[in-house]
Write a protein that binds this ligand. Structure first.
Ligand code: C2E
Ligand code: CA
Ligand code: CA
Ligand code: CA
Length: 275
């Protein structure tokens, strides 16, 4: 039994080594990926619920790994955060998103995701200002999407950063609302312009249950607090009808378009203009 235990332990050690090596490898690859231009920014339409017209796009990053193929941001963003590479990657995302958006019609904005680690960096506000300056995009056409994780830190510092972003004319969205801790007091204490209702609620909209009550309550809350509401992950016409009935103002999801390369986003906007 004793030797068997030792064997099991060696097996775990080998597994751990393999996992750590794979991680270390990915980390080195990530460092190289920016220089090698392996990242791509896709754009997913956001539509006005009343008219179904495109009012903006959310920028979503992709990594085309030379050997492993497409790697999801859910996998490499946490790694980029741990290694500090999120800052140069985030700057690239900001610059690329603003440069694209500057070529769109005036009423169309772009939304960029900013992780908690990026948010806490003293470089963030300057990076946003630099991206706006370089692209010529007015701050009012940029939205920064943050999650509740930014509020688990120092609230005074968080508030100061949000105010500085507002000072640039940028709007701020609370992403994935309804997941995590979602304290309602956050909505009152922090100057958000928009609430993005998490797709887990939208997914269940056309089923019987509480999802509908939750979506309609969040939309009402947004309305009374002077914030816009966006439903994420809208895939079916039924979900869309429910959202409209529940007073949600904006929607995003495969029903209106998948994340797409910049040229397809531009083509979609040209088409929309023509009709
Ligand atoms: P998120 O900000 O909540 O983005 C929405 C995710 O839902 C995206 O996944 C999008 O492709 C997906 N989605 C959109 N519509 C639908 C739908 O109708 N059905 C379903 N099932 N999914 C839909 P994606 O692109 O894999 O991104 C995952 C997460 O990675 C994002 O979640 C965001 O937190 C993070 N992320 C993506 N790009 C960036 C970035 O440039 N910077 C940072 N910091 N994080 C990013
Ligand atoms: Ca987002
Ligand atoms: Ca989200
Ligand atoms: Ca998310």
């Amino acid at each position: 039994a004793k030797s068997e235990g030792r064997g099991t332990w060696r097996f775990f050690e080998r597994e751990m080594d393999a996992q750590m090596q794979a991680r270390r490898r990915l980390e080195l690859d990530l460092r190289r990926a920016l220089a090698e231009q392996e990242f791509q920014l896709l754009f997913q339409p956001l539509v006005h619920v009343g008219s179904r017209r495109i009012i903006g796009f959310e920028a979503l990053v992709r990594w085309h790994h030379p050997e492993r193929g497409l790697i999801s941001p859910a996998e490499f963003i946490p790694l980029a955060e741990e290694t500090g590479l999120i800052m140069p990657l985030g700057e690239w995302v900001l610059h690329t998103a603003c440069r694209e958006a500057a070529s769109w019609p005036e009423q169309v904005s772009v939304a960029v995701n900013v992780s908690a680690v990026q948010f806490r960096s003293p470089l963030l506000v300057d990076a946003v200002a630099a991206a706006l300056r370089a692209s010529g995009l007015p701050g009012s056409r940029l939205e920064i999407e943050v999650t509740e994780s930014i509020m688990l830190q120092d609230n005074v510092a968080t508030l100061a950063i949000l105010h500085r972003l507002h000072g640039l004319g940028v709007r701020i969205s609370m992403d994935d609302f309804g997941t995590g801790y979602s304290s309602l007091s956050y909505l009152r204490s922090f100057p958000f312009d928009k609430i993005k209702i998490d797709q887990s609620f939208v997914r269940d909209l056309d089923k019987q249950g509480d999802a509908r009550a939750i979506v309609s309550a969040i939309s009402g809350l947004g309305r009374s607090l002077g914030m816009s509401t966006t439903a994420e992950g809208v895939e079916t016409q039924e979900q869309f009808e429910q959202l409209r009935a529940d007073g949600c103002l904006e929607a995003q999801g495969y029903l209106f378009g998948r994340p797409m390369p910049a040229r397809d986003a531009s083509a979609l906007l040209r088409h929309q203009r023509a009709v």
